[in-house]
Design a protein around this ligand. Structure first.
Ligand code: FAD
Ligand code: 2HG
Ligand code: ZN
Length: 539
């Protein structure tokens, strides 16, 4: 069925409509190229906070799943005393929190899969306050868990035992923005979405975007080296972060907050802290290079009959869309079923084994649409894609994106979720999902695959009724061995945190892990910063 719509009109303006329709219709009788989406798609993701309330929690002592080891013992850190409390109350009046209800939210991770038992939450507002906290904690041998928006997916953002939670939520000031260079400097606790909104008002955007943007903070993004949906276009934070301010474990303030694009004076120390997951220092401020806001954005949502065709579409897409391609994401039909079942989203196109989300972002709407039009005609004519819809208006663009962004949310309603975030050579990405399905048989409720094809990053998620040690034993170490066999990485973007720390050797040689341990020892000799995370237990 061919529906009249703005999108179609635009395509018609750009090329000979009869030819276009013939090309599309030779492959599929059900092609729709439209700019109109079912109203259910208009609903944007509800606040992450809602999920926090909605799901059950498991005590640390009950956990047997995805903690990286069955046994974990509290290291001999000091315990918070009355004198400690007095010190913190004097330093942070009204921001030294012991209320169990408030602490509960900060002790439990977003997935509700790990829970600590911290009795103290500190909310500094300035770098100097962070420095005084860490100096004191270091001298007193008190363990500290840095926390941003608490949206991390590997159990790194919450305490394991009674570590003091140091939240950056009140460090949320934008310090400067240079409209010529596009460099923004801000405190670490700025919420990603707030930064995006601020920048859009100045005709710029953040170089990263992810489903958790409404809650995650730029400090947490940097600490996890978050990838997200725009990495294909704007690269990793390792390139766009120009400077950092970090407080070391002993309270020393390390000011690396330059605004320079080029600086080859010695080692690039900021890189040590990007992706260090709160184990080497607390990031207090960030300066980051932002791209101009694109004048034209289009999103195409396409259906594909096989993973091989999806890869060919990617190849064609890179060739034909070139510099305007800003994202190439995928989800499989199992993800779509979960979106329909749990979130009542409607699939805007015909059912397919695979769905692709392609975004173009450029400075010339006509030029971009022409390119997209030619690309769509090509992939339809060559039967790489069987069905599709295109959106240009902001609300519809968001609605199409929400299909991809809300898969994580849909999974939370499908039972207990085991998450794997794997980098692989492109040709092997979906083979892991298929092999895992076969390997697990009917042990799992669902085995789904989605992710950032453009970055070679698969999100393999496996759900079960409830947490299930037998299922976990069937998944691990199988998934890590499989990944190592194809020379992949066991963490493409979420980090190692608590859950993956003991599997680091599947992706890094012993010499590299030993060097990491030496660096940790040099920067944090008493290991007070985020203990039990990132580095394996034996270190
Ligand atoms: P937290 O979760 O609070 O912390 C994460 C880690 O960083 C912890 O180890 C913590 O100790 C440390 N940390 C936090 N702040 C600081 C600081 N100031 N200094 C030092 N250490 C600190 N990740 C991706 O890479 N790509 C995605 O597309 C993506 N999508 C997501 C979608 C959803 C719905 C959810 C829930 C999560 C997603 N994530 C994604 C995972 C998560 O890594 C990111 O949401 C984000 O980078 C974490 O930021 P945060 O502020 O919530 O950090
Ligand atoms: C995404 O790309 C996030 O949507 C989350 O990185 C992935 O939940 C996941 O496994
Ligand atoms: Zn991701």
């Amino acid at each position: 069925m061919l529906r009249e719509s703005m999108g179609l009109n635009r395509l018609r303006r750009l090329g000979p409509p009869a030819t276009l329709w013939r090309l599309f219709s030779t492959c599929s009788p059900s092609v729709t190229v439209l700019d109109r989406l079912p109203s259910a798609l208009g609903t944007l993701p509800p606040g992450l906070e809602a999920f926090r309330q909605a799901r059950g929690i498991h005590r640390w002592s009950d956990r047997t799943n995805q903690t990286g080891s069955a046994e974990l013992h509290r290291l001999p850190f000091s315990r918070v005393s009355e004198q400690d409390l007095t010190f913190f109350e004097n330093l942070l009046p009204g921001r030294t929190i012991t209320d169990p209800d408030v602490l509960m939210v900060h002790n439990v991770d977003w997935m509700k899969s790990v829970r600590g038992s911290s009795e103290l939450l500190l909310r500094p507002q300035t770098t100097e306050e962070v420095s005084k906290i860490l100096k004191y904690c270091c001298e007193r041998r008190l363990a500290v868990n840095p926390q941003g928006g608490n949206t991390g997916l590997v159990g790194g953002s919450v305490p394991v035992f009674d570590e003091i939670i140091l939240s950056t939520s009140l460090m949320n000031r934008i310090l400067s923005f240079d409209k010529v260079s596009g460099i923004i400097t801000c405190q670490a606790g700025c919420v990603l979405e707030n930064l995006s909104t601020y920048l859009e008002e100045h005709d710029f955007i953040m170089p990263l975007d992810l489903g958790a943007k409404g809650s995650c903070q730029i400090g947490g993004n940097v600490a996890t080296n978050a990838g997200g949906l725009r990495l294909l276009r704007y690269g990793s934070l390792r390139g766009t972060v120009l400077g950092l301010e970090v407080v070391l474990a002993n309270g020393t303030i390390l000011n690396l907050l330059t605004n320079l694009r080029k600086d080859n004076t010695g080692y690039d120390l900021k890189q040590l802290f990007i992706g260090s997951e709160g184990t080497l220092g607390v990031i207090t401020a960030v300066s980051i290079l932002c791209p101009r806001k694109p004048r034209a954005v289009n999103v195409a949502f396409l259906g594909c009959s096989s993973y091989r065709k999806l890869l060919e579409t990617f190849q064609c897409c890179r060739g034909m869309l070139g510099e305007i391609l800003s994202a190439f994401e995928f989800l499989d039909s199992a993800c779509m079923k979960l979106l329909e079942k749990h979130l009542k989203l409607t699939n805007p196109i015909a059912e397919n084994p695979f769905y692709i989300v392609i975004e173009t972002a450029g400075s010339n709407a006509t030029h971009d649409e022409e390119k997209l039009h030619s690309f769509l005609a090509e992939v339809m004519a060559s039967c790489l894609v069987t069905d599709g819809t295109v959106a240009t208006e902001d609300a519809k663009v968001k609605a199409l994106w929400s299909i991809r962004e809300r898969v994580t949310e849909a999974l939370t309603h499908d039972g207990y979720t085991y998450k794997y975030d794997i980098s692989l050579p492109l040709e092997n990405i979906y083979q892991l999902v298929e092999d895992m399905r076969e390997h697990l048989g009917n042990k799992a409720t669902n085995v789904v695959g989605y992710g950032h094809v453009g970055d070679g990053n698969l999100h393999l998620n496996i759900t079960s009724h409830s947490k299930d040690p037998d299922l976990l034993a069937a998944i691990e170490p199988y998934v890590y061995e499989w990944t190592a066999r194809y020379r992949g990485s066991i963490s493409a973007e979420h980090g190692l945190g608590l859950k993956k720390r003991n599997y680091i050797h599947f992706s890094k040689p012993p010499g590299a892990v030993a060097l990491m341990n030496d660096i940790k020892h040099m920067l944090d000799p008493y290991r007070i910063l985020n203990p039990y995370k990132t580095l394996p237990d034996h270190s």
